[in-house]
Design a protein around this ligand. Structure first.
Ligand code: SF4
Ligand code: MG
Length: 332
């Protein structure tokens, strides 16, 4: 299938009192209908900023460069009004925090219906019927009655279902889910991820899943983009990442991910240190201060910025690391 969302050479910089702070430093990604791309990284990696940029939701002190194409249509030059028509309609976003996405003073049915009326010229009654159908679809029991409840009358998991119903009510081509399950307990997380998968199968939605957890990503993604300090560290299919990870940071994330289907590994429970702010490292590899493999490469890690280069894999597998061979020492 042809990609419905294409992002080319995306840069985002924030203007602050201390000067310009780059947050995203030239990334590319794309996703096809019915497919899931996971963008994975620690907080501060630029993954959420990237999704905000795609949605046209960057704060006013942000500057963005690059190309965002939705079904072949360039979004970057659109006016605020034009963007409003696209957002929530062709491309929708689910946040981590369902409570802040919902208005406590209105019933959930009303809120889902209003999200529909924002983009469709229909009667309130018709919109309400559509809302009830969506609430039912995302697994809210007795949706026709629960539509009249307020957000605080729902559990965290049910509220996240309501938010998903709201995001899907206009049948978007692309759904961006930014840490959609982080606030929920583990069983509910699994249910919500399954729901997103079911919806995708049924509607052919392209899904961009933003996550700090490579394990969650592996469950649902087709392709993975690993971000570090505003750049791509590695990208490829899920299998490329799990069986042929070529970047030490990806290996670290894999080691830091508890998984039930893989025996525990003796090394790397967490990656020591924390990521630099994007832009603070202008030469060399941004991962260098934390990298366990840098001695094998030497000076080059400090003097020369590694660019994405193709790796053997089944998909479009690339990594930005000077190590010639796949780092050894982790059995997957
Ligand atoms: Fe580590 Fe060097 Fe590869 Fe960076 S380029 S990830 S420092 S080995
Ligand atoms: Mg985030």
């Amino acid at each position: 299938d042809k990609d419905v969302l294409e992002v080319h050479d995306l840069h985002v910089t924030f203007r602050t009192e201390g000067g310009l702070v780059p947050a995203v430093d030239g990334i590319d990604f794309s996703v096809a209908p019915g497919k899931t791309l996971a963008i994975v990284g620690e907080s501060g990696s630029g993954k959420s900023v990237s999704s905000a940029a795609v949605m046209g939701l960057l704060p006013s002190n942000a500057e963005m460069k690059g190309e965002v194409l939705l079904s072949g249509r360039e979004l970057t030059g659109l006016s605020k009004d034009e963007l409003r028509k696209v957002r929530g309609n062709d491309i929708a976003l689910v946040f981590q925090d369902a409570l802040s996405a919902l208005n406590p003073y209105y019933t959930v049915g009303w809120q889902v219906a209003e999200a529909y009326r924002l983009h469709h010229d229909v009667s309130k009654k018709e919109a309400h019927k559509r809302a009830v159908r969506m609430l039912d679809l995302v697994g809210v029991p007795s949706a026709d009655q629960r539509a009249n409840s307020y957000p605080h009358e729902f559990s965290g998991g049910m509220r996240q279902r309501v938010v998903i119903a709201m995001a899907l009510v206009n049948d978007p081509t692309v759904l961006i889910a930014d840490e959609p399950t982080t606030a929920l307990d583990v069983t509910v997380q699994a249910q919500i991820m399954r729901l997103l998968e079911d919806i995708q199968t049924e509607f052919g939605t392209a899904l961009v899943l933003i996550s700090h957890d490579l394990g969650v990503a592996a469950e649902v993604a087709d392709d993975v983009l690993v971000m570090y300090a505003g750049r791509a560290a590695e990208c490829g299919t899920v299998r490329d990442l799990f069986h042929r990870a070529a970047h030490p940071y990806s290996l670290g994330l894999l080691g830091a991910t508890p998984r039930v289907d893989v025996p525990p590994k003796p090394r790397l429970t967490t990656i020591p240190g924390s990521p630099p702010s994007p832009g603070s490292i202008t030469t060399g590899c941004p991962f260098q201060p934390r990298c366990a493999y840098t001695e094998r490469v030497g000076e080059r890690c400090i003097t020369e910025r590694p660019e994405l280069t193709p790796r053997p894999g089944e998909g479009y597998h690339e990594a930005a690391c000077h190590l010639g061979r796949r780092p050894q020492g982790v059995a997957l």
